[in-house]
Design a binder for this molecule. Structure first.
Ligand SMILES: [Zn+2]
Ligand SMILES: [Zn+2]
Length: 334
């Protein structure tokens, strides 16, 4: 294992444990220093115990580098591998076993922390047959949303990457913002070209109930929309659920074959339990997605699987249990 690989794995484990903050940043910084430094210099400094003289490398990161160079698995990584597994219930495992892909995730093209290639390699390593790349739409400038030009460039890049796989596929997509009037933040011709479209509310989350209902129903009814992302917008302990008439929204999801996302991010876990129950009662489709912004977060599907099992979501109504071909047929039909 090279120092870079060891640091990458540490970052992956910290991300899947949702550690965040200073610790992850320190390891990302050290990884970047290692990437941009001559390996001979790294080895020499490890031998002389002078790695920490490099700007961006501290005691903890130096130890990982030194132990990797010594030929073993760094002890810190071994500890993280054991302690950061994402918990799954036996019932949740049934759902996880049935999943073949992940329909909502981000790359460095918008606000993600990993390149498309890295996300794809991890998704493939997790046993997925496909992933849908859903970077943000133009209006979300704080998240580096993709304008037409960049999206078209991304579609070309994905086609090139796909040519290199024989057992995995990157499906094209976008997490498209839903404007206040229910219209979508992307032109129709581009929506048409994408394999899978996730539509989400990211602004004016405190909109009055009646208006929010209308806004969401219009988006759900849009023929290009396949999945309604994190429907309440809540951030647990930080931001309340937005208010809308769930009967109208989920009846529309049923009517227009738009899947209700079960968002697996630990701070979202959206929809909340009682709303999953409403969507189940309406016989909606579901999609259990990580909304990953880092490779480690691609391991978050158990959070949603546990929740789906608990609320008895029918497995055959979960769209990412389908093969890529069936999913594409489903999105084209819906
Ligand atoms: Zn979102
Ligand atoms: Zn997202």
């Amino acid at each position: 294992m090279t120092p870079e690989e060891a640091l990458d794995l540490v970052i992956h484990c910290l991300d899947r444990a949702h550690t965040g903050g200073f610790k992850v940043k320190a390891f990302v910084r050290a990884r970047d220093v290692v990437r941009s430094t001559d390996p001979a210099e790294i080895a020499e400094r490890a031998a002389n115990d002078t790695l920490t003289k490099l700007d961006g490398i501290g005691d903890a990161t130096a130890r990982v580098i030194t132990e990797a160079l010594a030929g073993g698995v760094p002890s810190y990584l071994t500890k993280l591998e054991e302690t950061t597994q994402v918990p799954i219930t036996p019932e949740g495992q049934r759902y996880r076993d049935a999943l073949r892909g992940d329909c909502h995730l981000h790359s460095t093209w918008s606000d993600g922390g990993a390149e498309i290639e890295e996300m794809a390699a991890t998704a493939r390593g997790l046993g997925h047959e496909y992933m849908v790349l859903t970077d943000h739409s133009p209006r979300l400038t704080i998240a580096h949303g993709l304008n037409r030009e960049r999206l078209e460039q991304q579609l070309d890049d994905i086609a090139e990457l796909n040519a290199g796989f024989d057992d995995f596929r990157i499906l094209t997509g976008m997490e498209v913002d839903i404007w206040e009037d229910g219209s979508l933040d992307l032109d129709d011709d581009l929506l048409e070209r994408l394999d899978v479209v996730v539509a989400s509310v990211h602004s004016k989350l405190r909109m009055e109930r009646h208006q929010m209902t209308e806004r969401m129903v219009l988006a759900v009814a849009n023929p290009h929309v396949d999945i309604l992302g994190h429907c309440t917008g809540r951030l647990i302990g930080k931001r309340p659920e937005s208010t809308f008439d769930a009967d109208y929204v989920f009846a529309a999801c049923k009517q227009f074959d738009t899947a209700v996302e079960i968002n697996c991010r630990p701070e979202r876990l959206d929809p909340p339990r009682q709303l999953i129950d409403v969507a189940v009662a309406y016989d909606c489709w579901f999609s259990i997605d990580t909304d990953a912004h880092a490779t480690g977060q691609l391991e978050w599907q158990p959070h949603g699987c546990n929740r789906a099992a608990e609320r008895e979501v029918p497995i055959d109504k979960v769209i990412n249990t389908m093969t890529a071909e069936d999913l594409l047929a489903w999105t084209a039909g819906g």
